[in-house]
Write a protein that binds this ligand. Sequence first.
Ligand SMILES: NC(=O)c1ccc[n+]([C@@H]2O[C@H](COP(=O)([O-])OP(=O)(O)OC[C@H]3O[C@@H](n4cnc5c(N)ncnc54)[C@H](O)[C@@H]3O)[C@@H](O)[C@H]2O)c1
Length: 331
Amino acid sequence: MPKIAMLGLGGMGRHHAHVLTKKLGHTLFAVSDEFPEARDRFKAEYPGTLVFENHKDLLEKARPDVAWVCLPTFLHHPVALDCAAAGVHVMLEKPMALKSDECRAIDTAAKKAKIKLMLAFCRRFDAHWGTLRKILAEDSVLGRPVVWRQMFAGSGPGRWFMDQNLGGGPFIDGCVHNHDFNLWTFGKAVSVKSSLVRLAPTSAWDTGVADIVFERGDRTSLNWSWGLPKGSRGINTQDVLGAKGALHFGIPEAHRPADFDPQTQDGFHVIGQDGAVSVHTFHKNDMYEEEDRHFLECVERDREPSVGAAEGLAATELAERIFADAERTGS
Ligand SMILES: NC(=O)c1ccc[n+]([C@@H]2O[C@H](COP(=O)([O-])OP(=O)(O)OC[C@H]3O[C@@H](n4cnc5c(N)ncnc54)[C@H](O)[C@@H]3O)[C@@H](O)[C@H]2O)c1
């Protein structure tokens, strides 16, 4: 079994720690976090793991085989470079980095060091998103092109996430999952238009619309806000439109198949011509478990992860184009 290190013990670090130990049966060899509260909380839960105050000490003294980098996004670039220099395989949380130049530098360093580098684009391992991707790939369901409309509004995660130079705000941090899924499903983005604003006193754009057209004419409109005050929320909804109908997330009770078990299954329904409803079901899975298992298998069997630097770079580049258009139009 590889010696596993966890760099960053916040929300995602602790979640991956749980998946790796409780679901996949691994032990954590060493962890690091700069903040004493995070280290103390972790020590209480996982006695026996080596705990360091920073990743440099960990890499030098514990010499792990693999590291999960679950630090704030502005640290992905320098820490991934340090891991590559130490010859440590990297599972890098999303977004790969805030700037495409940083993504390229990580890619170059990983290739030079011959380490495995995987991007934590968890939707790629999720039965939910995988089923949607299959539906969207089949022109027979909605037709082609499709128009995906997504609205989300809440107070967001705050803190470093809302600093343009530390986390970049929702159009890179939250929407990067959409960016990766859309590029994976629809191909290259040929047009990116955006109008962004700051509702809250943050340096990152917290609210706005990004309209993206992909190479086969498919398009998405991301209407997002992380600019609401704590405790407030706006609309959270989405659908996908095509010449043959509209896809909705979930299946109303009246249209569920007889053997449908809502505990273990979920699905989509499409309302077509004359109100005809068709349903698409799937069995729920744990995308983080699949993601972490895939990376460990790649390390143990010397295979390339199915999602890596190229995909991380493409998603960050798309976010940069959204920011560039907002700058260009002054909105
Ligand atoms: N894949 C997903 O579904 C998903 C979900 C949430 C977050 N993320 C990503 O995971 C990464 C970590 O996010 P998180 O939610 O765990 O964040 P978090 O703020 O909860 O945790 C970050 C950890 O890094 C530590 N840290 C070390 N050095 C730091 C420094 N200089 N400044 C601030 N914190 C420092 C903090 O103590 C904290 O324990 C981010 O890149 C985020 O975008 C991914």
